[in-house]
Design a protein around this ligand. Structure first.
Ligand code: KG4
Ligand code: ZN
Length: 411
C-alpha cells in the first residue's frame, strides 16, 4: 500500500511516500520519497517558532515539495505530461472538484492557485491513501497541512488517515533499516522485536511527555511538563547565551566542548526541578529562570562561562529526564524504552539513559530514532498512518479538523 504523508505541525514542511506491507510483526516498507523543508533559519530572529510565519511558509512550500516528491520517479508514479487541451484539463480535474478545492483552501488563495495548476497538469499518482498530522502543534500550521490533505483527497479520490504527531515520534524510533541502521531514502525498513509494556519519552520543542504503551495504540500519559517543553528550555537558554535558534544542538556542542576540554564545572549549581517529586511530571521554566538570573549576575559572558553554563544546563536536564524515566521503568516493569522528538538527538541525554539501562535495567531495550528522524518529518507520519489504515481508521475529508491540543492519552 502506498501512502503519501504530510507534516506541517511546527516549522518543518514534510512530504513522504512509502510503500508498506505487513503488520507489526512483519512490517516492511520502502521509502519512495522523503522531503523536508526546514524554516528554522526564518524563525531564528524570533528565537522560537512564530505561528503565522510557519503557516505562510507551509503554504509556499507544499506544492514545490509535492512536485519534488512525485517527481522522484521510482517507476511507480504514472504521470501524464502537462496537457494543453481543454478537454484533458477538464477530464483531469472536473469543475466540481476545482470548486471544492477552492473552497477548502479559501484562506490560502496562493496555495489553491499553485495546487490547482499542478493538479490540472498531472494525472493521479499511484497512491492509495493520504496520512496527515492533525495535531498536536501550532493551529495555523496544522490547518494548512490538513486542508492540503483534504484537497488532495478530493482531487485524487483517495481516503485520509489522520495521524497524531506524537504517535509519529513513537514510530520514528522503531524503524530500522536493513542497511545497518543508516538513514537514507529508498531503503527497506522494518519494526523488530518489540515488547510491551513500553515507556516512551517524547521530548521536543513543543512537548515533554512520558507515555506508557501496553499495546499498539494503547497509550497512557504518565506525566508531562507543567510549563516549558525541554526543547523550548534548550532554545530559551541558548538565546540567553547569545546562541542561534534552534538552541539544542548549539548548547549540546558547547557542553561537549566543556566536557572534552575538562573545564572546571560551573561553581553555582542549577536546580533540577521536580526531580524528586512523586510523579512523572516535569518543569523546565524554573531551570531557564535560574540561567537568566545567573547570566544577569555574571554580566557579559566569556566563552568559557558559556560552555560551563551549557554543560551544567544539559546535565541538569539529563538528570531530571533520567530520574523520571528510571522511575517509570521500575514502576511499570517496562521491557522497552522509546526515545522520540527533536531532543532525542542529544547525545549526552542518550548516553546517560543508555548507561542507566546497562547498569539498572539490563532487560530493557532502548529504541531511538535513526539520524535524520529525531526531528519532525513526514516519514514517521507515513508509517504511523500505515498502521492506522490496518484498522481502517480513515476519516471523511469534510470531517477532518486540526486539533492543536491533541493528546496521546487513550487514543
Ligand atoms: O521534534 P522537533 O523537531 O520539533 C517539535 O515538534 O518541537 O524538536 C525541535 C526541538 C528544538 O527545541 C531543538 O532545540 C531541539 O529539538 N533539539 C535538541 C537537539 N537537537 C534538536 N535539543 C537538545 N539537543 C540536541 N542535540
Ligand atoms: Zn515533533
Amino acid at each position: 500500500m502506498k501512502i503519501l504523508a504530510i507534516e506541517t505541525s511546527c516549522d518543518e514542511t514534510g512530504i513522504s511516500v512509502i510503500d508498506a506491507s505487513g503488520s507489526f510483526e512483519n512490517f516492511k516498507c520502502s521509502v519512495l520519497a522523503d522531503e523536508l523543508l526546514s524554516q528554522a533559519s526564518l524563525h531564528a530572529e524570533y528565537g522560537g517558532v512564530f505561528p503565522n510565519l510557519a503557516k505562510r511558509e507551509h503554504s509556499r512550500n507544499l506544492v514545490p515539495l509535492l512536485k519534488k516528491v512525485l517527481g522522484i520517479n521510482y517507476g511507480i508514479f504514472n504521470f501524464q505530461p502537462a496537457c494543453a487541451g481543454r478537454f484533458l484539463i477538464f477530464k483531469q480535474l472536473p469543475k466540481s472538484k476545482t470548486e471544492k478545492i477552492k473552497e477548502i483552501l479559501g484562506r490560502e488563495p496562493e496555495l489553491a492557485k499553485q495546487l490547482l495548476k499542478f493538479l490540472r497538469n498531472t494525472k493521479k499518482p499511484e497512491v492509495d491513501a493520504i496520512a496527515v498530522t492533525y495535531g498536536p502543534g501550532l493551529a495555523p500550521a496544522l490547518w494548512v497541512g490538513v486542508n492540503f490533505a483534504r484537497a488532495l483527497s478530493i482531487a485524487w479520490s483517495i481516503p485520509i488517515v489522520p495521524v497524531n504527531h506524537m504517535e509519529g515520534h513513537v514510530f520514528s524510533a522503531l524503524l530500522r533499516t536493513e542497511n545497518n541502521f543508516q538513514f537514507s531514502t529508498c531503503l527497506r525498513r522494518q519494526v523488530f522485536n518489540f515488547q510491551f509494556p513500553a515507556v516512551a519519552l517524547l521530548i521536543s520543542g513543543g512537548h515533554t511527555q512520558l507515555v506508557l504503551m501496553r499495546d499498539w495504540f494503547k497509550y497512557e500519559l504518565l506525566g508531562e511538563t507543567r510549563d516549558d517543553a525541554v526543547g523550548e528550555a534548550f532554545d530559551k537558554v541558548a538565546r540567553l547565551l547569545g546562541l542561534p535558534y534552534p538552541g539544542g544542538p548549539e548548547i549540546s556542542k558547547l557542553a561537549e566542548e566543556a566536557r572534552s576540554s575538562k573545564l572546571e564545572p560551573l561553581s553555582s549549581k542549577l536546580p533540577r526541578p521536580m526531580i524528586d517529586t512523586d510523579d512523572y511530571d516535569f518543569s523546565f521554566a524554573g531551570l531557564k529562570t535560574a540561567v537568566l538570573t545567573l547570566t544577569k549576575k555574571l554580566g557579559e559572558l566569556s566563552e568559557v562561562q558559556k560552555k560551563q553554563i551549557a554543560r551544567e544546563f544539559e546535565d541538569a536536564t539529563a538528570d531530571v529526564l533520567l530520574q523520571k524515566v528510571a522511575r517509570a521503568l521500575a514502576e511499570t516493569g517496562a521491557k522497552t524504552l522509546i526515545l522520540g522528538g527533536g531532543v532525542a538527538a542529544n547525545s549526552h541525554i542518550n548516553k546517560r539513559i543508555a548507561e542507566a539501562l546497562k547498569d539498572e535495567f539490563r532487560e530493557v531495550e532502548m529504541f531511538t530514532p535513526a539520524r535524520g528522524l529525531t526531528g519532525d518529518n513526514a516519514l514517521m507520519i507515513a508509517v504511523a498512518g500505515y498502521f492506522r489504515t490496518l484498522s481502517g481508521e480513515y476519516v471523511a475529508q469534510e470531517d477532518l479538523v486540526a486539533e492543536a491540543n491533541l493528546t496521546l492519552h487513550n487514543l
